[in-house]
Every structure is written in C-alpha cells, then in structure tokens.
Write a protein that binds this ligand. Sequence first.
Ligand code: SAH
Length: 258
Amino acid sequence: MTGASQGRVHIVGLGPGAPEWITPEAAQALDEASDIIGYFPYVARIALKSGQTAHASDNRVEIDRARQALQLAASGRRVAVVSGGDPGVFAMAAAVFEAVAHGEPAWRDLDIQVMPGISAMQAAAAKLGAPLGHDFCAISLSDNLKPWDVVAKRLRLAAEADFVIALYNPASKARPHHIFQAFDILRDVKDGATLVVFARAVGRPDEAITVTTLREADPAQVDMSTLVLIGSSETRSIERTHGPAFVYTPRSYGRSET
Ligand code: SAH
C-alpha cells in the first residue's frame, strides 16, 4: 500500500458552536486526524491531542487551504479540514472540490469525505420553532466571491417568490452597508409586517435572538456572527407569557388560517 492510498481528507462540520451539536462521525474524524486545517477560530475550538498538527489560517485563503489539505493527504497524512456549521454551506467543502477539479490528477483518487454539521440556519430555526417549515432559500451577502449585483438580484427574486430567506455573512467590517442595502430591497418588495429574526451566536454562550418585523428591524444590530431569517408571508409567531415567542412557517401554503 502506498502512502497516498492511506492519506485522506475529511471535511468536517463543527456545527454552530455547542459541542453537543457536533455529530459522532465528525468527532471521530477529528479524533483520528493527524492534521487539522481551517480558519483559526474553528481550529481553536478543537482540543488537540498529542501528535496532532494544527494548520490555522486566515479566512480569505480557502483555496490555498484546500490545496494544502490535498497535498498533505497525497503524502499519506490523515487530514481534517474543519468548518463551522455545515462544511457544504458557504464553507470549505466546495473549496476542496474546486481544488480537486483544477489540481493534481492523483488527488481525485484520495479518500475524500464530507462529514455534515448543523448549519447556522438549522440551529437558529430549532431555537425559534419551525421557521424553515416550508420552502426556503439561503443567500450569502458576502461579495468576496460574487458581484453584489448578483446578490441583489437573488434577494429581490427570492423576496418576490415569497421564500423564507436565510441570510449568511450579513455584515463584515469591510462592507457594513450590505445589510442596509439588503433591507432596502426586502422592504421594497415585502410587507412591513413580515417577521424578521436576528439569531446571533446561536449555540454559544453569548447567544442572542431577536424576533421583530421588517418594518421595525434595525440592520445596525447585525454583525458577522448573526444569521438573519426573513419570513415568508405565511411565517407566524406564537406569543407566550413566559419565554420568547415561537416562530413557525406552516406546511400548507395559503391555508394557514384553517
Ligand atoms: N458553514 C457555516 C456558514 C459559514 S458562513 C454554516 O453552515 O453555518 C458564516 C456565517 O454563518 C456567519 O456570518 C453567520 O451569518 C452564520 N453563522 C455561523 N455560525 C453562526 C452561529 N453560531 N450563530 C449565528 N450565525 C452563525
């Protein structure tokens, strides 16, 4: 057996933050890894065992990180590439497959597997009730990898199509105005009474969830640790005397009163 055939890349989802929201499969992949590669805050969440090497990097170099993982695996290392949430949602899995598609032919025959995680929208939805109970979509507001025109078009059409919309990467220090532009588009299309949720740091000690309306929502409240959910016309809340309101989207469309 050659070293290359033992090498592998496991692309591992760490979930939104809480350790109980990481699958046993993902935990095992981390446990068995010789090398752990990822954006430094995610790598910092992992308790390294002796003999494990961490390669923490800055966020902007996903493709380099993916190539490094594949090179290490080709030399026989057992690599875990880590992402927060699910690695397939605005995260490292796509970067690894892009690197495979454009890289060394031998990389195609490596043992490459994706270990899913709980994505931020699922974690936020679970805390709220069932806001993703009917058709929904997810849009990243980051324009690092696509022009803002594309983001704006998708937002407008998703709003017109009355999807529940999960907004990832809603604000960055470099582009704080994006979330304001997004809300301008949404307010142009949707009713002011549409439910809006700001779910910040879900599953972490500083978790904060705000349920409001499109009319009243203050986009200035949103930061990079926030997942924004925009309701469809059917999304409703259930107020409670004790505890925060539940938010849900009924499974049947246009018949929510029955
Ligand atoms: N792969 C990740 C998403 C990476 S993009 C996933 O599946 O969740 C990064 C964005 O995800 C953040 O800007 C934020 O919008 C969202 N996010 C990640 N973790 C979060 C958390 N714990 N709470 C709320 N939003 C989170």
